[in-house]
Design a protein around this ligand. Sequence first.
Ligand code: ADP
Ligand code: ADP
Length: 225
Amino acid sequence: TAFLSIRDVRKTYVGANRQRVVALADVDLDVAEGEVVALIGPSGCGKSTLLRMIAGLDADFEGKLAWTRRPRPGKDIGFVFQEPALLPWRSVERNVSLGLEAQRDRSAEGRTRVRDLLDLVGLSDFAQSFPKELSGGMRQRTAIARALAYDPQILLMDEPFGALDAITRDRLHDDLLRIWEATRKTIILVTHSVEEATYLADRVAVMSARPGRIKAVHRVPLDRD
Ligand code: ADP
Ligand code: ADP
């Protein structure tokens, strides 16, 4: 059985003038534990909407999301956005430990986990640095470490490398593969880039817009004849 099984999901927004926008129609997708699945498609095809549903941030939809283990809200789901949104007055280390502090987790294991995560994303030497002292890539690596702080069962990434220059992006791609090797996290990655999707993912779900649908799911490496 799939780790996450998405069945017949349909999402309608009621916009201005009570106009109904069908953001997603008939979406079916199974995600296996430890798999990296990319969602790719044009703007407006419903990628962010689908991620928000999976994250539990939007429960107003038809259809079904079934998990083998239901994630606890705010704990078992890690989210990485295009903008790292770090707190500028907190050091790298204290940005990563933010969630643990909010849960009053002052355990030795929590502190060890933060140190291990900084090591994993290559920022051990920058633990006491502040976001403004970091490059864009380093900031996003901090955001990835923060998302992993609870040891979530799934990592949702919404165009995480979209704001980076090409060289930094390539480097972060390799960092993410290394992080996956070490953690074997299930990852759903939203991207506009076919290159990124095929480089990072085990499977690529190609979406189309109006209404948002999954047109096809390809296994990587892409079958070529
Ligand atoms: P993507 O992430 O692929 O660009 P979105 O999930 O953001 O797509 O949007 C899917 C569709 O739903 C688009 O047509 C968008 O305009 C519409 N939509 C998204 N959010 C809202 C909202 N809060 N109210 C009304 N329509 C929305
Ligand atoms: P990113 O790819 O994350 O944007 P770069 O690797 O381009 O970061 O690094 C930006 C600057 O910070 C470079 O001068 C680089 O030498 C330095 N730097 C980045 N990561 C480390 C690290 N783990 N240890 C020491 N210096 C680093």
